[in-house]
Design a protein around this ligand. Structure first.
Ligand code: HAM
Length: 426
């Protein structure tokens, strides 16, 4: 036998029993986004490698170690997008969406990072991202956070996530802070873990979210970024916090929250859960006022976030929050008892679907005994079995039997069947 091929490690198939849960999740997100005036944008999954180097930053884990990059047939270096912000900015700029106007955009799709796969961490994963442009005050930061909080409430997980907030200030603030931090850490270099020692030269701010216990211990005595913020950044953060307080949204200020992408300044935030083990960040984002200009556009303030779809769905499943009806995909299953009955059965089914627009009706194709077709009814979960045999073809009728009631089978006209199904689905 020929060798069977397997999916690439860290890249998952989604089977029908899972896609129904994804669709449930997607419906909730779309509703929340539409109700807040956000429009969908779709970008390609491949972009020039240069785009990610210039935006995410050359000395980040993503660009240094995790990108799927290759030269195409023309010799151009392309990369499977590791995130959506860079592509969204590129598209918005390219199509002049940023000229003297504000934008509220969202996107949905697969992202690719060559990380070590584990629960909640994959090499192809899905993000729903939200990006806004042209608004510089903290009001839009607050809107984004409120919107995500409303989504958590809709999904039933608000009590299981924690909002962490920080301000990274301006590039000049971070430069002054970086110098102070490096001076402090140089004095304790022996106590640093290996990764942090490397970062001391390349990207010292990332040492703040080191996983090493001893490094974290050392950081307790380190200078704090908030002491280095300029007045405007400070006021921005105060403004945001006041709006969240007014809205009753709880948060913790985490002075060590720095994020792994270079484009952020001022507000950064993460929604974190304890339900998923190590990969607990379900949604993250922040302000990136410099990125549009950095990618060649006229300066435009911007802020956004992205949520990890697999992680949120894992959470819904772990907490038992997926409604049972999500798995019911069929309202009625039509048994066809005899090859001569197929054409009547198929056209009857089309008439029913036309007359009862929300009806989800499966017709048995491929024959089979009454017993084997009844097994398929049970497997489909349909509460109604419709039956067409020689008799029904002759009399232009259909048999109907409820699966969840102890009632005898009825013989009905097309019109009676429509009425019953309409009542059942109302
Ligand atoms: P990020 O923190 O790299 O930010 O990713 C956002 C979210 O995507 C994470 O919080 C996590 O839920 C999910 N995620 C990331 N990597 C993986 C993975 N390997 N497997 C499963 N889920 C993952 C960004 O990507 C920014 N573009 C967010 C943003 C938008 N900032 C402003 N606008």
């Amino acid at each position: 036998m020929a060798k069977q091929l397997q999916a690439i490690r860290g890249m998952n198939d989604l089977l029908p029993e899972q896609t129904v849960v994804w669709q449930y999740f997607e419906r909730k997100v779309r509703k929340v986004l539409a109700s807040t005036g956000y429009s969908e944008i779709r970008m390609p999954v491949l972009e020039p490698t240069e785009l990610f180097k210039r935006s995410i930053g050359e000395v980040t884990d993503i660009v240094e170690k995790e990108m799927y990059s290759f030269d195409d047939r023309n010799g151009d270096s392309l990369t499977l997008r590791p995130e959506g912000t860079a592509g969204c900015v590129r598209a918005a700029q390219q199509h002049s969406l940023l000229q003297n106007q504000t934008q509220r955009l969202w996107y949905y799709g697969p992202m690719f990072r060559h990380e070590r796969p584990q629960k909640g961490r994959y090499r192809q994963f899905y993000q729903i991202g939200v990006e806004t442009f042209g608004m510089e005050g903290p009001d839009i930061d607050a809107e984004l956070i409120m919107l995500s909080a409303r989504l958590w409430r809709e999904l039933g997980i608000l009590d299981h996530v924690r909002l962490e907030l920080n301000s990274l200030g301006t590039a000049a603030d971070r430069k002054r802070y970086r110098e102070a931090l490096v001076t402090y850490l140089r004095g304790h270099v022996d106590a640093l873990d290996e990764d942090s020692r490397r970062r001391l030269e390349s990207n010292p701010l990332r040492i703040l979210d080191s996983k090493s216990e001893t490094t974290q211990q050392l950081l307790k005595g380190a200078p704090v970024l908030s002491d280095y913020l300029d007045e405007e950044s400070r006021q921005h953060f105060v403004g945001l916090r006041a709006m969240l307080d007014e809205a009753g949204i709880a948060y913790v200020v985490n002075p060590r929250l720095v994020r792994g992408l270079d484009y952020y300044g001022k507000t950064v935030f993460e929604w974190v859960t304890e339900e998923l083990g190590a990969q607990g960040t379900v949604c993250a984002g922040g302000r990136y006022d410099g990125l549009v200009e950095q990618l060649g556009g006229k300066p435009a303030p911007a802020v956004g976030f992205a949520m990890g779809v697999e992680r949120l769905i894992l959470m819904l499943e772990t907490l038992g929050l997926v409604p049972a009806e999500v798995h019911n995909q069929v309202d009625a299953y039509l048994l066809v008892l005899g090859a001569d009955c197929s054409s009547y059965a198929l056209s009857l089914a089309e008439k029913l679907r036309l007359a009862v627009p929300s009806l989800r009706l499966v017709v048995n194709c491929g024959g089979g005994s009454f017993k084997s077709q009844m097994k398929k009814v049970v497997r489909s979960g349909a509460p109604v079995a419709l039956i067409v045999g020689e008799n029904e073809v002759k009399t232009r009728t259909v048999g109907l039997k409820y699966q969840d009631r102890d009632e005898p089978q009825q013989t009905l006209s097309l019109e009676q069947t429509q009425n019953l199904l309409n009542q059942q689905l109302a």
